[in-house]
Design a protein around this ligand. Structure first.
Ligand code: ZN
Length: 143
């Protein structure tokens, strides 16, 4: 789902702490709509495209566990489906744990679409890390 708010990124700079807080607040609201009856671990994500559009995602679990979808995957799917191809910023939060980080599969998924900055919740102010920090030697396809 496309959010009405836009985050105007001058370029690929990291979001400010204020922007990061805003993204986490929005992701928290999205996490309330997660479908997580099996894990009770609700996660929300906001994907910010290179045009500044924001797309929401929440985890969508399934009785057949591998069929479930992470919040970051949901947000990425929404952004890509809209026509975006670059997602410089991804914000991720859980209602059920502080400081949740994307799983390995989502880290690799984010490499595909140019995620540079990942906004995470921490005890005090938002933590902003690079995808390179979380996945230093990602898989790349070479022909
Ligand atoms: Zn994931």
């Amino acid at each position: 789902m496309l959010c009405s708010n836009r985050l105007e990124l001058a370029h690929m700079d990291a979001p400010s702490i204020e922007e990061a807080s805003e993204l986490l607040n929005r992701a928290r609201t999205v996490a309330e709509r997660a479908y997580a009856p099996y894990s009770n671990f609700r996660v929300g994500a906001i994907a910010v495209t290179d045009s500044g559009e924001q797309f929401e995602g929440a985890n969508v679990e399934n009785a057949a566990y591998p069929t479930g979808l992470c919040a970051e995957a949901s947000a990425t799917g929404a952004a890509i489906t809209s026509g975006a191809r670059r997602i410089p910023v991804m914000a991720v939060i859980s209602l059920d744990a502080v400081g949740v980080v994307p799983c390995g599969q989502c880290r690799q998924r984010m490499v595909e679409f140019g995620v540079e900055w990942i906004v995470l919740e921490s005890e005090d102010e938002p933590e902003i890390v690079t995808l390179q920090d979380l996945l230093p030697r990602s898989f790349e396809y070479w022909e």
